[in-house]
Design a protein around this ligand. Sequence first.
Ligand code: WT7
Length: 633
Amino acid sequence: MVRKITSLGGYIHEYQKSVENPKAFWEQQAEDFYWRKKWDNALEWNFEEPSVNWFVNGKLNITENIFERNMFLRKNQTAIIWEPNKPDEESITLTYEELFRKVNQFANALIKIGIEKGDRVIIYMPMIPELAIAMLACARIGAIHSIVFAGFSANSLEERINDTQAKLVITSDEAFRGNKIIQIKNIVDEALVDCPCVKNVVVVKRTSGKINMKDGRDVWWHDVIKGLSEENESVEMDSEDTLFILYTSGSTGKPKGIVHSIGGYMVYSAYTFKNVFQYSDNDVFFCTADIGWITGHSYIIYGPLLCGAKTLMFEGIPTYPDAGRLWEIVDKYKVNQIYTAPTAIRSLITYGESYLENKDLSSLKVLGTVGEPINEEAWHWYHDHIGKGNCPIVDTWWQTETGGISISSLAGIIPTKPSFATLPLPGFQPVILDNNGNELSGRNVEGNLCVKFPWPGMLRTIYGDHKRCKETYFSKFKAYYFTGDGVKRDEDGYYRLLGRVDDVIIVSGHNLGTAEIENAINEHPLVHESAVVGYSHEIKGQGIYAFVVCSELSTGGEEGIRKSVIKGVTKIIGPIAKPDKVQIVKELPKTRSGKIMRRILRKIADDDFTNFGDTSTLLDPELVEIIIKGRVK
Ligand code: WT7
């Protein structure tokens, strides 16, 4: 099993080792896994191209490391606990052996359908056990999964299907989400109108709602697995073969298909899981994220299952049937570690503490957060009311691109400080650069968060666009990976994340590119142009503020445009990207050279009218006053 750090001294020692000799450090971690053939060289890299190869020529299958490797000790131990949306529906527990059989059987179904090593498979599903089974079955046969969060629109789904050129989509008839039923198969049908690459759709029956099954293309999950063997010989993969593609927003319009490879991701997700959460055998781990995001990939599925953990998968939402649901689940399964987002905590705070009454939370040992900086109020509430003052909080900083937790306290080992992610994981080497690329060493410095050495979990490329990978992450600061985040190192050497320095906003812990939202708004027939910025939002962390210029007003007037703009974004991207505020403006503040002055719009959106900085390059300085007057409160 992956080595666990158990003391602060141990952390300091490991960290030093990992920096002095990163190759030897990661080789030692990788030794704990099952490789069909050992690597020739632990690492070959350069950040110019960039080209990063971990465990070069090593051969393995990640599912062999989850199943065959764990089977000896954990055959009859719980692997996945599944809690349904409705509390009175029966939950499901799958042992390692049961899960293994189901993965094998579905792997055999994939083979029958004609999916081969290297093929891409899109998974668009609610949080049901078949989602976990589907992704692991892909990995078993060497197919590349690309999971699309089921809250995304048909448009966004179509874009991702076409970008990956997937042959197969796996979905369900409908999805339960709180008191809503979402017609997800219909969304898939709509997306597939323009996806000639897709030959088949596998559909899980979840709600039994009425849906259309297209002859020759669509098959039911329960039909396709019928009579298939529960044994399957896994496909031998190279350490650097792609495990999955996961899309994330960027500062330009098109989402980026982040590519993760097998060997490095395996070692990194398992190592960080075990150490950050201090997982011990038989603990029950509950990550509340959706598997459609990287958090769910790394900390519901891969990290925990590689470590032989008991991982909880929850289909529903924290406020259904009421705001006590998460705590009810903690009580029901005696959860030991819970991992959620600051936005969820802030939202639950508004419902008050009555939802905590009669909930036994004494099993909890560790509380985790991810997605954005956790503000002090939320931190203290989490600490006092959920952890009862006894549980360390791990504020985990990382990204879809980093593959696993990168800066974080290790629970109970690295002393915490509210709103600080604290210190880097062993093997992760952050640096702070000023805007000219100078490294700011020492304490009390602030600048751009970069990384100077590869770590195994890092992205390898952007699918189909290596040039964009280089430009986005490896060009702004030569020979460094650039995270896009601002950061401060304080007098104790602790890291405090300061938010994005580019045009990406973090809304309810989700990463959204403002350009992508603008593109969606601009599709509106009456919209001439638009600018989207983030503003501080009490619950969501950041809210979405859209400034919109219209060529004319529709019969519904400004209110009509506002509504249809919001509707349009929901349709094109999905509800997560829906603007909170839409202001119709005559013009956007631009420089003489035609560049929108977002800095000013950000301040207006934040109700901060002081210090607009240098406005001398503005084409029409009077415009600013007009926009301020018309702002949406
Ligand atoms: C961006 C990455 C990694 C899973 C969830 C989001 C922000 C993430 C923290 C944190 C401050 C954080 C950063 C980062 N972020 N965690 N603990 N403190 N900021 O993944 O969608 O790829 O977003 O989320 O700005 O760059 P993602």
